[in-house]
Design a protein around this ligand. Structure first.
Ligand code: ATP
Ligand code: MG
Length: 235
C-alpha cells in the first residue's frame, strides 16, 4: 500500500529568464511504513519535494495524493487540518517556540487541534526520546540534540501517518546525529510511521530501506526494489 503518491510534479520559482525549475516530472510513490531517504546535491530540489509532498507548498503543476486523496483539492483550512493530523515535520533548524517549555512545545500541535493529549502515549514518547528530565526547560536551555528530540516528539504527538524530516541531523555533531537518526528509525518502526528523510549525507541515506536520488529537479536513481536497508548491505 502506498501512503503518498505524486504525479508529474513540476515546481518553478520565478518566471521568464529568472525562472528556476526546482522540480521536473516527479512521479513517485511511498510505501506505508517504509523509511525512504531522498538524497542529492544542494539545490537539487530535495526540500521543495518534501514541502510539496507534505502540503506545505503548492506545486506549479502535478498532484499529490495522500491515501488516494488529492491534497491540493482541499482548501487551505482543510489542508492544514490534514497536515496537523496526518503529517509530522522535523527540520534542520528545530523551529521550537522559544517562549514555551519543552513539554508545551511537544503538546502544541495537539492543543492547536483542540484535542486532549493522549497522556499515556505522550509520556511514552517522552521516555523513548529521553526527555523526561528536560520537560520544563525552555529551548534555549537545551542542547541541539535535546532540542531536536523535542522537535521529534512534537512531530509525533499527533500520531502522524507520515514523518517528513529535512536534514534532521544537519546541525548536530556526528555522535548526536547518529542517535537522533536511530531514534527516528526506531519510532517510525515502533508506530508504523512512513519516514521520508532528506539528506545529502550518503551514510545517513544508506540507513534507509529505499534511497531516491534527485539531481537538477529530477529523480535520477531510485533503489525501490531493494529490500531490507540497514547498514550492512549497502554497497
Ligand atoms: N522560495 C524560493 N524562491 C526561489 N527559488 C527557490 C525557492 N526555494 C527554492 N528555490 C530554488 O529551487 C531549487 C531547489 O531548492 P531546494 O531548496 O529544494 O534544494 P535542496 O536540494 O533542498 O538544497 P539543499 O541541499 O541546499 O537544502 C534551488 O535552485 C533553489 O535556489
Ligand atoms: Mg534543502
Amino acid at each position: 500500500m502506498q501512503v503518498i503518491q505524486c504525479c508529474n510534479l513540476h515546481k518553478t520559482y520565478g518566471s521568464g529568464e529568472s525562472a528556476v525549475h526546482a522540480l521536473r516530472e516527479i512521479t513517485v510513490g511511498f510505501e506505508e511504513g517504509q523509511f525512504c531517504a531522498v538524497k542529492g546535491p544542494s539545490g537539487s530540489g530535495k526540500s521543495t519535494l518534501l514541502h510539496i509532498l507534505g502540503g506545505l507548498e503548492y506545486p506549479s503543476s502535478g498532484k499529490v495524493f495522500f491515501r488516494g486523496e488529492d491534497l491540493f483539492a482541499y482548501n487551505d483550512n482543510q489542508l492544514s487540518i490534514l497536515r496537523r493530523r496526518r503529517f509530522g515535520f522535523v527540520f534542520q533548524a528545530y523551529n521550537l517556540v522559544q517562549e514555551l517549555t519543552a513539554y508545551e512545545n511537544i503538546l502544541l500541535p495537539v492543543l492547536l487541534d483542540k484535542k486532549k493529549p493522549d497522556q499515556k502515549y505522550v509520556t511514552m514518547l517522552i521516555e523513548l526520546l529521553g526527555l523526561a528530565d528536560r520537560l520544563h526547560h525552555l529551548p534555549s536551555a537545551l542542547s541541539g540534540g535535546q532540542q531536536q528530540r523535542v522537535a521529534i516528539a512534537r512531530a509525533l504527538a499527533n500520531k502522524p501517518s507520515v514523518l517528513f524530516a529535512d536534514e534532521p541531523t544537519g546541525n548536530l555533531d556526528g555522535k548526536t546525529g547518529k542517535e537522533v537518526l536511530a531514534l527516528l528509525k526506531h519510532v517510525s518502526k515502533e508506530f508504523g510511521i512512513t519516514l521520508i528523510l532528506v539528506t545529502h549525507d550518503l551514510h545517513i541515506a544508506e540507513q534507509a530501506e529505499r534511497i531516491i536520488t534527485l539531481e537538477d529537479g529530477r529523480i535520477t536513481w531510485d533503489s525501490a526494489p531493494r529490500q531490507g536497508g540497514g547498514t550492512g548491505d549497502a554497497g
